[in-house]
Design a binder for this molecule. Structure first.
Ligand code: THU
Length: 160
């Protein structure tokens, strides 16, 4: 029997003002995109801003539906916007922020499992890291150098 351990490394910035300029700008773009969220059922707004390799920034918000399982997260909406605008070009960074009902969320919201799967495969498809910049409405910012860090043991197309 062998006991194994995985370590997750990320950087915490107590204040967004300390972020590298490019990350700070992407976070501002995500915050500005919050009105793109359509979340009449959860009232939990999520917005993502994706930076493509050529510097173009596209955004997306979560889009809910009365048939709840059809809700689409902000992250795949931003990824779809990127793929439509620049087919074949990698997304190299994504900032994600949220607005929760009735309170100021001061903890970063992490992408759900399904979003992690999408972001992780994007990295392997393009052989390029996808940096993640996460923040709640206030509080610290978490930066992950690559999305796959958030999905250890994720399902891989290599098995197919
Ligand atoms: N949501 C996202 O947009 N991204 C995530 O990674 C987690 C959850 C949305 C889905 C739903 O509209 C709302 O947040 C509450 O779950």
């Amino acid at each position: 029997m062998t006991q194994k351990q995985l370590t997750v490394s990320y950087t915490e910035f107590p204040d967004p003002a300390e972020l590298p300029a490019a990350d700070r700008e992407l976070l501002v773009a995500a915050t500005r995109a919050l009105p793109a969220s359509y979340a009449p059922y959860s009232n939990f707004r999520v917005a993502a801003a994706a930076r493509l390799e050529d510097g173009t920034v596209v955004t997306g918000g979560n889009i809910e539906n009365a048939a709840y399982p059809m809700c689409i997260c902000a992250e795949p909406n931003a990824m779809a916007a990127a793929a439509s605008l620049r087919p074949g070009m990698p997304v190299v960074a994504m900032a994600i922020t949220v607005q929760a009902p009735g309170r100021v969320l001061d903890t970063p919201a992490s992408p759900c499992g399904s979003c992690r799967q999408i972001l992780s495969e994007h990295e392997s498809r393009f052989g390029h890291s996808l940096r993640l910049i996460l923040r709640g409405e206030g509080g610290p910012v978490y930066v992950f150098e690559r999305a796959t860090t958030l999905l250890p043991f994720g399902f891989s197309g290599e098995l197919l």
